[in-house]
Design a protein around this ligand. Structure first.
Ligand SMILES: [Fe+2]
Ligand SMILES: [Fe+2]
Length: 263
């Protein structure tokens, strides 16, 4: 990689506006001004929240790529995890650019001081790593892919469509990292037993987070700007659990008992 390319990437990775311009996001879309200010504020809040969670996921991928290397996981998986970390940082910048555009104000760097990778407390490091990857990729990135896909489908503005599309393809790739890793573990009966033991609780915790209405904003016309409201988000997530996540585990021979997402 030439020094010039590195410098360009460094600028893109540190500046939301530069990142948005680099990706060709139509920030001049006049549909933003057509929205009443209170609704623009709601969209700004939503994108700001997403900017933080994308960055957290980026740190999680970075931490997992280091653990993967220590565990001697397939180097291809380590490379994909590192690439996912960089992509999530870019996603965070896209979200910040959107928050700034809708909010017509500067948005600070997300505060990740309270963020820490959760620990499952498993003594076997390979199981601990697999639980992380299962939660992050097979569950969260699969649900993120479904949710963003629904946001793309609902988008009626150039900006909403472009911003969501800039995320979607990479989130699908991130989900595949987890499914590919699990497929490579199918002969490890001890690891599979641990995964089966922990999976119901892991699923329950992660899905419940996605069903939290506080994650979403509601208001007339917001979905047309590519931000799904709480009712439609809940419907999308529950459908993705039934149609993508649970069949994914079943395909690998890991059946999950019926779960109640409310408790
Ligand atoms: Fe992302
Ligand atoms: Fe992702």
């Amino acid at each position: 990689m030439s020094p010039r390319v590195r410098a360009t990437n460094a600028a893109v990775l540190s500046d939301p506006l530069a990142c948005a311009v680099d990706l060709g996001l139509p920030l001049d879309d006049p549909s933003v001004e057509e929205l009443p200010v209170p609704l623009r504020r709601l969209l700004s809040q939503s994108w700001q929240r997403r900017a933080k969670s994308e960055l957290e996921v980026g740190f999680a991928f970075e931490a997992l790529s280091a653990r993967a290397q220590q565990l001697g996981v397939d180097p291809a998986v380590c490379t994909l995890l590192r690439r996912a970390s960089a992509q999530e940082r870019t996603h965070s910048l896209i979200c910040r650019a959107m928050a700034e555009r809708y909010g017509a104000r500067r948005i600070d760097d997300p505060d990740l001081s309270g963020f820490a990778l959760p620990e499952f407390g498993e003594p076997e490091p390979r199981l601990e790593f697999t639980l992380h990857l299962t939660g992050l990729c097979c569950v969260n990135e699969t649900l993120a892919s479904a949710w963003i896909h629904a946001c793309v489908a609902a988008s009626r503005t150039r900006l909403g469509l472009a911003a969501n599309r800039a995320h979607l393809r990479e989130e699908i790739e991130h989900a595949r990292i987890g499914w590919a890793h699990l497929a490579s573990c199918m002969r490890d009966e001890q690891l599979l037993a641990g995964l089966r033991r922990r999976l119901p609780e892991l699923l329950r915790v992660n899905v419940r987070q996605w069903l939290d209405p506080a994650l979403y904003v509601d208001g007339p016309g917001l979905s047309e700007h590519g931000v799904l409201g709480s009712v439609e988000s809940r419907r999308t997530i529950l459908a993705a659990v039934d149609e993508l996540v649970l069949p994914g585990f079943a395909h690998l021979g890991i059946d999950v008992p019926p779960l109640d997402w409310q408790h």
